[in-house]
Design a protein around this ligand. Structure first.
Ligand SMILES: Nc1ncnc2c1ncn2[C@@H]1O[C@H](COP(=O)(O)OP(=O)(O)O)[C@@H](O)[C@H]1O
Ligand SMILES: [Mg+2]
Length: 259
């Protein structure tokens, strides 16, 4: 959905949905106002085709001369080994699960995303906080609580949601890498076997993502189409956004030295 009017509930203390600003209380020692970089998030469930699209986008952007960094869920140097360990030992409870992911995101935000924004890079984010919210949501974590937890996140400039139905997803995952224990929600004991569990878990996850589409201004793309068709659509929308951003830049001169 491309609507820019957003609905916020009264008990919701996220201050703003302005792209490039903190959603809620800022990281106090890291002001980010006026940073020239842009965050483009590609959201969607496991196996929907995010990595495929991001690889192609990166090449296209770099050819045009943009500096690009990629960041992705659980890829922080600090947290990746810990998350792997916790998954392997199968001892994650709900709260530690949520907090480990939040720590991973915080680490990448400070070390990768904010420096890149400052330097004028385009940050291609393979999943963003909405995946964490969807996963927490299906595990019954309170919505306001998780939104407040991620108040330190920066609202992306563009959020693309690759939307797929459960049937097409299952076909795609079986044809490629197979079903993963965690992506099947096996910790939640939703079904007798991994196939049943994957189906039930992904169905709930897809519902969670959809419920966020309007609130966070997702640009919803039909991910059932061919790779090239989806890529063309992404390039068209990102190209239009960047062209607009480039032309508005000179209208916002930096205030130097209080002049
Ligand atoms: N639009 C598409 N149609 C059919 N297969 C696709 C499409 N996009 C990706 N795939 C295939 O699906 C599998 C998962 O894609 P991938 O990009 O790794 O997903 P993700 O990063 O979202 O988990 C890969 O084998 C990929 O080639
Ligand atoms: Mg991937």
């Amino acid at each position: 959905m491309t609507t820019t009017s957003s609905t916020t509930s009264p008990d919701d203390n996220r201050g703003t949905l302005a792209p490039g600003s903190y959603y809620g209380d800022p990281i106090p020692y890291l002001p980010i106002d006026g940073y020239p970089g842009k965050i483009i998030a590609i959201e969607g469930t496991d196996g929907v085709g995010r990595s495929t699209q991001i690889t192609m986008l990166r090449e296209w952007l770099e050819v045009q001369g943009y500096g690009v960094i990629e960041t992705g869920w659980t890829r922080s140097e600090l947290m990746q080994p810990t998350i792997e360990l916790a998954k392997a030992s199968n001892t994650l409870n709900k709260l530690t699960f949520v907090l480990l992911y939040a720590t991973d995101f915080a680490d990448r935000l400070e070390k990768e995303i904010i420096p890149a924004l400052k330097a004028g890079f385009i940050v291609l984010s393979d999943r963003y906080i909405y995946t964490a919210m969807a996963r927490a949501g299906v595990r019954g974590v309170d919505k306001t609580w998780i939104r407040n937890l991620y108040g330190f996140a920066i609202a992306p400039h563009l959020i693309f949601y690759l939307k797929i139905d459960e049937k097409t997803l299952i076909k795609r995952v079986l044809q490629s890498r197979g079903m993963d224990y965690w992506e099947s929600g096996m910790d939640m004991k939703l079904g007798d076997d991994i196939y049943e569990s994957f189906r039930a878990y992904q169905r709930s996850l897809l519902r969670e993502y959809s419920s966020m589409a309007e609130e966070y201004n997702f640009r919803v793309l039909d991910a059932r189409r061919r790779v090239e068709v989806i890529q063309d659509e992404l390039r068209r929308q990102i190209g239009a956004f960047l062209a607009e951003a480039d032309t508005t830049k000179p209208a916002e001169p930096a205030l130097v030295g209080g002049m």
